[in-house]
Every structure is written in structure tokens, then in C-alpha cells.
Design a protein around this ligand. Sequence first.
Ligand SMILES: *Cc1c(COP(=O)(O)O)cnc(C)c1O
Length: 383
Amino acid sequence: MPTHPFPGWKDKVLFTPGPLTTSRSVKQAMLRDLGSRDHEFIQIVKEVRSALVTLGGVSEPDYTAVLMQGSGTFGIEAVIGSIIPPTGKLLVLVNGAYGRRILQIASVLNIENDVLSVGENQIILPEAVEAALDGDKTITHVAVIHCETTTGIMNPVEAIGSVVQKHNCIYFVDAMSSFGAAPLNLGTAHIDFLVSSANKCIEGVPGFSFVLARQSALLAVRGYARSLSLDLYAQWAGLEKDGQFRFTPPTHAILAYYQAIQELEMEGGIPKRAERYRKNYEVCLEGMRRLGFKPYLAPENRGYIITSFYYPEHPNFNFQRFYTLLSDKGFLIYPGKLSQVDCFRIGHVGRIDASDVYGLLAAVRITMIEMGMADLFEKEASL
Ligand SMILES: *Cc1c(COP(=O)(O)O)cnc(C)c1O
């Protein structure tokens, strides 16, 4: 049910993993109609692609950026479906739902695969990857999630990259929810292919994903694609040839993205953005603790992009009611995605800062009183 009287009213604040709250100026950048084959649009696409390579800590032509229509999963499916030869074998490192999704994509595409799986509260250790690669010499490709958004855990992609490189395998990283939020150099991490999407930490709107690829690795995959529209090599070749997409591009989302990249630069780049997100996380964690909530991950595994909290042990707690009462107050949190444990999630990313987090915490406190759960924080008089 709409809680606002008409469109254009104030939007709710999104404490989600994406789509995220974006700036007004990013949304305003979409109020244009550009032809997909017009030189102005082609120039914008070119600049966006270059900026993405720079944000990956690398440079052209060693690395190149390919924009792909669709949400993040489409980008992942384009990579998995395009880079593995018919005789190849993919090892997927899994500690959450997004790792399992890569496995599912490989299965649907009939790509031979194996899995190295650990608990959802554990990081993937490079030593375990080393053992898996030593144990199966037929593995040619390795895929891992950087920030497993299921829990917010950060996998050590640099250390895993060294192991993968040592075994001469191709290395794919799903950095969907971390790209733009955490500094990462694709070169030193030995990453061959990386995917993220428009509506995550660069703070654009949904509509496309992008692939950062080591050019030499990309040039080697011609003809492997298992799909026409999700053919990574063909998409890249089209963009290189005349700067155009093969099929209708999301012109408005790309205009928004162009603006979002400029705003990232104005903010001071990825290190400054990481600082803002980390502050959101710290204020949120401390405040939620005082209200009686416990985070799912151990301190050493916790990232600052998104946090999973256990459902509180209280007879009056009901997630749907909690969610709705917070939503009525203008704050959207996110359900959990864990396979065994009941959790909900609070994101710390998007165009939000500590003042929004304080607002959320006040709303959580009032909601707990409404639900008859104030005893969880009453011992804490300090808030
Ligand atoms: C958001 C996300 C995706 C992609 O999700 P879409 O809904 O397809 O955009 C994939 N992997 C991770 C780690 C994510 O956070």
C-alpha cells in the first residue's frame, strides 16, 4: 500500500544492498533523450568505460571495460558463459547465496564445475583454494565473490588471486557489492574478469552491469559464448568497433552513471567513499547493539558494506511486522538470505550518511516499543 499521497513525495531511505538511494542529481541526469547511435552518447559510453578501468586501479589497454544490458546476474552469466572453453572446468568458491548462484549458472550452461564450500560465517582461505587446485589439475577457471552480500563477509580476493595465478587458472571475481566501496587493484589481485553493476556502490540506477577484463584474457575467448545476447567477446568487439552497443542500450541509466562517476570523484574517490560507508556501519552496529541486536559474523570477518543481524530472541519479534513498521517510518531494511539461520540485513551503502543511520536507529527503537520489545534495551539507559 502506498504510504505517500502522490508520486514526488519524499522517498524512503534504502538500507538495502541495491538498488540504493541515489542523489537527486544522478536521477536528474536521466531527464534527456539521447540517440543510441549519436556521437554524444557514444562519447559518454567511452568515458564511462575508461573511468571504470581507472577505478579498478589499472589502465587501458591492459584492461578494458564492457557494459552489458541487464542486472548484475546478467553480467555474471555473460562472463561464465563466455570465458570457459568447452573443455574447461570451473571451480566455484562458495560461502553464501551469490556463490551458489554462480554454481547454478554453470550447471544451467552445462559447464563442468566443482565447488569449494565453507560455512556462511567463514571466509574462503587461500590455503583451501591451493589444496583444491593441487587436487584437481583439470580446473581451468576459478570464481569467487568479493563481498558475499548474503552476510557481508569479505573474501580475501588478493591472496586467493596469487594462488589462482600460480596454478595458471583464469580468475573471475564477482565484486558486485564491493566495487566502488572498497579499494581494489585488479592487477595486483591477478584478476582476469570482474563484474559489478550500475546500481550498487558507484550509486547509479539499475539497468546494466559491467565487466572489467584483462584484454589478453578477453581476446582468447572468442567463439566460446553459449548465448548471443550475453556474448562478452562480441559485446566488447562491438563497443570497440564503433562505440555502439549491439542491441538497445539503457541510455538513461548510462547518463545517470556518468553523473554518478563524477560524484564519486567529487567525494574524493573510492577511499573517501569507503570512509563514509565504514562510518555508517560503525554507527549502525553500535546503535543496534545498544538496542539488543547481535551481528551474525565474528568481528574479524565483518565487512562494512552490509551487516546481517540475528532475529532477537523475543516472543514478540516478527520480522514482517518489524519491517513494515520501519517502512512506515520511511526506512527500508532487507530480509536475510542465510540458509540455516534467521537474520535480517542492514546495508551501509548508497547516498546515505551517519545522519540517516541515526534516523534508522531512532525508528528501530520506537518500533521496538510498539512491538512490546523495549525490555531488550531498557537496561541500556545510554541511548
Ligand atoms: C547484487 C548482487 C548480485 C547481482 O544481483 P542482481 O539482482 O542480478 O543485480 C550478484 N552478486 C552479488 C554479490 C550481489 O551483491
